[in-house]
Design a protein around this ligand. Structure first.
Ligand code: 5GP
Length: 124
């Protein structure tokens, strides 16, 4: 399926340096930054630098290097923020809203990493 990428979306502007962001981590192919409207003490967005609308688009068209970099960046942020699950009751939630039914607001792939408190139950 063809994917149409709108290069005027807000994360594309962040990647081009046209609007500022609060960077948590940057790698060759990925950028992690704090969400502007955090829903938890930790609310970081991780995006690939490539022009991908959503996860489906990313897996279909990204290089192996981009996919590995993105996955490792998500994990490195979790480690850096010390929210990885452990005996001390920590943990996090990883979300990628995708498409209209998924209520995706910004049409550039992003994973939300939420943590830093006990998160409410999301699914019945
Ligand atoms: P979505 O609903 O697409 O999964 O989530 C988009 C997220 O991007 C929201 O949590 C929203 O707060 C965040 N966001 C929107 N605009 C900006 C911005 O300009 N800067 C940052 N850091 N986050 C933004």
């Amino acid at each position: 399926m063809p994917y149409t990428y709108d290069d005027q979306n807000i994360f594309a502007k962040i990647l081009r340096g046209e609007i500022p962001n609060d960077t948590v981590m940057e790698t060759e192919h990925s950028l992690a930054f704090n969400d502007i409207q955090p829903q938890a003490p930790v609310h970081v967005l991780v995006i690939p630098k490539g022009a991908f609308v959503n996860y489906d688009h990313f897996v279909a068209d990204a290089s192996d290097a981009e996919i590995v970099d993105f996955s490792r960046t998500v994990q490195a942020v979790i480690e850096q923020l010390e929210i990885a699950p452990g005996a001390d009751g920590l943990g996090y939630r990883l979300i990628a809203n995708s498409g209209e039914a998924g209520i995706q607001e910004v049409p550039h792939l992003h994973f939300h990493i939420l943590g830093g408190r006990v998160l409410g139950r999301m699914l019945p």
